[in-house]
Design a protein around this ligand. Structure first.
Ligand SMILES: C[S@@+](CC[C@H](N)C(=O)[O-])C[C@H]1O[C@@H](n2cnc3c(N)ncnc32)[C@H](O)[C@@H]1O
Length: 325
């Protein structure tokens, strides 16, 4: 039976967003994402700037029948705001006999991040990991964090430098669970908090899929005053959000979250880190662009955090801090 193929190109910043919109409406098994620039050698580490505006091609397939036009309209309408704001191309339509007519069948997306992380398809077979590789398997869900967004990439690059085995860490705003799984695979024990139930379920799925249940606890909750902040997309209050009181419990906190949340939680971060004789108290913040950097750093410096490292990709920035004693 013929298929209707819809395709569009999109950016690093928007690819998660496109997937989130699609996941709500169609079976993600019929969606294929390929990196735009396949010339990039697989052992190349992430560049600081991505030159090409378009980073990914997304193709999706629908049955070609009497309902196709309506289905197509729905998807085009869904994605048109992204096209209007210049972060996705218009949707192109073709009727094809089989998937990937006229193009090379995309290989499953394997995305290398930093020196160690490799994001693979959610159902990829368990292969023995090369000693220097850490495999992350993630299902596409409505939760943020496929590993393709710059903020996630930058957070992972800092985590691979600062996580050491036996650390106890907090992942605030765990989304898809990608950072929690990565930290567990680096040897940490993790408390993963998200105030959104969809993200909590996605994190639980990622934890099971990657076999790190022993190391990661997942709770629908937030840290201190973060529990009263409501949903990040709309701000409305959310029920059943547990409040984790800030008390000296963690060796490191990572939060890929909006700048205003980092600013509001500066004191809660500070009170949640524990003193050990040997290790510094560490914080990693991501989720904002350089225009918010000064405000975030000012708020965190005021409670004793000192910037010790950074990662940048286009206008996105992630910072690592040490808390002075
Ligand atoms: C940008 S996503 C990050 C997902 C993932 N950690 C990553 O790095 O890709 C931010 C997540 O924080 C969650 N979030 C936003 N505000 C929050 C708050 N006040 N407390 C807890 N979670 C929050 C959102 O639901 C969302 O899943």
């Amino acid at each position: 039976m013929p298929l209707m193929e819809l395709s569009l190109d999109t950016t690093h910043e928007a690819v998660d967003w496109v997937c989130t919109l699609l996941a709500e409406n169609i079976d993600m098994n019929d969606v294929h994402i390929t990196e735009y620039d396949e010339q990039c050698p697989s052992d190349q580490t992430e560049p600081d700037v991505i030159d090409s505006h378009w980073s990914f091609t997304i193709r999706l397939y629908l049955p070609y029948d009497v309902h196709s036009r309506v289905r197509r309209e729905k998807i085009v309408n869904l994605l048109s705001p992204l096209h209007r704001t210049g972060i996705a191309t218009a949707v192109e339509t073709a009727v094809v006999e089989e998937k990937f007519t006229g193009v090379d069948k995309p290989k499953p997306l394997v995305h290398r991040i930093g020196k160690k992380f490799v994001v693979v398809a959610p159902d990829a077979a368990d292969e023995s990991e090369a000693t220097d590789e850490i495999i992350l398997k993630l299902k596409t869900t409505l939760a943020f964090g496929s590993g393709l967004h710059p903020a996630t990439i930058l957070a992972l690059k800092l985590l691979e430098r600062y996580i050491v085995p036996q650390m106890h860490v907090l992942d605030l705003g765990s989304g898809s669970g990608i950072l929690s799984v990565a930290m567990a695979k680096l040897g940490a024990t993790v408390l993963a908090l998200d105030n959104d139930i969809i993200a909590v379920q996605a994190t639980q799925d990622a934890v099971h899929r990657n076999g790190v249940e022993q190391q990661v606890t997942v709770i629908q909750g937030s840290l201190g005053s973060g529990s009263d902040m409501g949903h990040w997309m709309g701000g409305e209050a959310i029920n059943n959000v547990s409040k984790i009181e800030p008390q000296e419990a963690f060796d490191l906190i990572v939060a890929n979250i909006l700048a205003r949340v980092h600013i509001a939680l500066a004191e809660d971060y500070q009170r949640s880190l524990r003193q050990t004789h040997t290790d510094p108290k560490l914080l990693i913040t991501a989720g904002f662009t350089t225009d918010h950097e000064e405000d975030v750093v000012t708020a965190l410096s005021a409670v004793g955090f000192e910037v010790i490292d950074s990662e940048r990709l286009n206008e996105w920035v992630a910072l690592a801090y040490r808390l002075g004693s």
